[in-house]
Design a protein around this ligand. Structure first.
Ligand SMILES: [Zn+2]
Length: 158
């Protein structure tokens, strides 16, 4: 912001008619530029005094002090708004980040699970299944049949 621009927005600043971006530029300028700060000081005293007289209020004791407070309040407002902006942005980024993490993990686990079932299961599981389920009973059956044969054999012998 140039001095011309700063000085022409003094009334807007005093009447709180600036948007946040203008306000930020304006405050940045007057804090570095003594000339514009002096100008603001004079205008602030003048305009505020006129307003106070107009509204039949007592005149302030210290316009410079009031102006400093007004500038402080404006700075706080800028910081607050900027903080809110970044906080909102931060929350959004965090949500996106968590979603990304969630989906990559989700995908990771799903794919490893699929891999396990494909590589391990089919053949081995089925043979072990067969051994467990059919061969043991078959052995038992054979043993049983053999025992039966033996007993009938002994019976016939007697
Ligand atoms: Zn200036």
């Amino acid at each position: 912001m140039t001095c011309m621009e700063a000085q022409s927005s003094i009334t807007a600043f005093i009447n709180d008619e600036m948007d946040i971006a203008e306000l930020e530029e304006f405050i940045e300028h007057i804090q570095d530029c003594e000339e514009c700060m002096d100008e603001l000081d004079v205008y602030y005293a003048l305009l505020t005094a006129m307003k106070q007289l107009d509204e039949d209020r007592n005149l302030s004791d210290d316009f410079s002090q009031e102006l400093r407070e007004k500038i402080d309040r404006s700075q706080e407002r800028i910081i607050h708004l900027r903080y809110n902006y970044y906080r909102k942005k931060g929350v959004l980024m965090m949500i996106l980040f968590l979603l990304t993490v969630f989906f990559s993990f989700y995908h990771y686990f799903i794919s490893t699970e699929e891999k396990n079932t494909v590589t391990r299961s089919q053949f081995r599981l089925r043979t072990s299944f067969m051994e467990e389920r059919f061969d043991k009973p078959r052995e038992e059956l054979n043993r049983y049949l053999k025992e039966q044969q033996d007993s009938t054999a002994t019976q016939t012998v007697e």
